[in-house]
Design a protein around this ligand. Structure first.
Ligand code: FES
Length: 138
């Protein structure tokens, strides 16, 4: 999703352009857009009067932040408990439908496997159809 730079500016203003709030600003940006793009990083650097290298350092130190939304939005658990209830077959079915997923080993939802996650939404008893519909909902 291209960043609406006005939104980034508002997030910076909400934190009083305080460089000490960089982490919160990055979190708010990621929460809003699903990533912190280079364009957003440039704007944040400008608004906080810090270097882009500072932002890059924080952005890459914390694994929470992604630079773009090209990464699969879908995380699929392929650890033992989920494997026992069909996560491997589910992974094959998703890939046959052209749906990319990132492999995760345990989402803490073992009793409701196969478990998946889209953004911050945890999905239990996942099927290819259910995940496809959830992804279409955004
Ligand atoms: S093994 Fe899949 S959520 Fe724990």
């Amino acid at each position: 999703m291209p960043h609406d730079i006005d939104v980034v500016a508002k997030i910076c203003a909400h934190h009083n352009h305080d460089p000490a709030a960089l982490l919160e600003i990055l979190h708010d940006t990621q929460e809003h857009f699903g990533c912190v793009s280079d364009e957003a990083a440039r704007r944040i650097a400008q608004d906080l009067n810090i270097s882009r290298a500072d932002i890059h350092g924080v952005r890459s130190f914390y694994g929470d932040f992604t630079r773009d939304t090209d990464k699969p939005k879908l995380k699929l658990c392929r650890a033992e408990a989920c494997q026992a209830v069909g996560s491997e077959e589910l992974a094959r079915r998703l890939s046959a439908r052209g749906i990319a997923s990132e492999t995760i080993y345990c989402l803490g939802n073992c009793a409701l496997g196969p478990a998946a996650m889209i953004g911050k939404r945890l999905i239990g008893r996942a099927s290819a159809e259910l995940l496809e519909a959830e992804l279409a909902d955004g």
